[in-house]
Design a protein around this ligand. Structure first.
Ligand code: DQA
Length: 163
C-alpha cells in the first residue's frame, strides 16, 4: 500500500487553541484523523508528522525523495507554517529530490498580511490548497493522488517500446 506523507511546520502542534478565529478549533489530531479517512478511501496509508524545526522538515523531505522514486511513497502534503514565507531551503530541498508536493494553508494567506502573500514553497509545489480551513488537507491528498495517477497513466516513449 502506498503512503502519503503529511508534514506540518512550526506552531501547527498548537492547532485548536492557536488563534481559533483564523485557524479554527480542530486540533492537529483531528486533522490527522481526517487525513487517514481520506487516504483510506483512496487505498493509501498516511504518515503524519509535525516539527517546529526547519532542518527536521528538510531531512524528512530529503528522505522522502528516494521513497517516492521507489514507488513506496505517493508524495507529500506540506503545510510549512511560517517557513512558507522565509525558507528558500525548503524550496531547494523539494527541488533537489524532485518530490511531488501539495502545499496547504488552513487560512487564506492572500487575504492576510502582505508578508504572507509570498511563498518560497509554491514555485516548487505541484499544487496549492489555500483557505479552506483544515478541510484543505483531505483536498490536498485527493489532488496529489489524482495528479500523480494521471502523470503515471501517460505512457512514456520507453513504455511504448519506441526506439
Ligand atoms: C499557515 C499560514 C502561515 O502564514 C502561518 O505562519 C501558519 C499557518 C496556514 O495554514 O494558514 O503557521 O500555514
Amino acid at each position: 500500500m502506498r503512503t502519503v506523507l503529511v508534514l506540518n511546520g512550526p506552531n501547527l502542534n498548537l492547532l485548536g487553541t492557536r488563534e481559533p478565529g483564523i485557524y479554527g478549533s480542530a486540533t492537529l489530531a483531528d486533522v490527522e484523523r481526517m487525513c487517514h479517512d481520506e487516504a483510506g478511501k483512496l487505498g493509501l496509508q498516511v504518515d503524519f508528522r509535525q516539527s517546529n524545526h526547519e532542518g527536521q522538515l528538510i531531512d524528512w523531505i530529503q528522505e522522502a525523495g528516494p521513497e517516492c522514486a521507489a514507488g513506496r511513497l505517493l508524495g507529500v502534503v506540506l503545510n510549512p507554517g511560517a517557513l512558507t514565507h522565509t525558507s528558500l531551503a525548503l524550496h531547494d530541498a523539494i527541488k533537489a529530490v524532485a518530490l511531488p508536493v501539495v502545499e496547504v494553508h488552513i487560512s487564506n494567506v492572500h487575504a492576510r498580511e502582505e508578508v504572507r502573500r509570498h511563498s518560497f514553497v509554491s514555485p516548487a509545489a505541484l499544487g496549492i490548497v489555500v483557505g479552506f480551513g483544515v478541510a484543505g488537507y483531505p483536498l490536498a491528498i485527493r489532488g496529489l493522488y489524482d495528479a500523480v495517477r494521471s502523470a503515471e497513466a501517460i505512457p512514456t516513449s520507453a513504455s511504448e517500446g519506441g526506439s
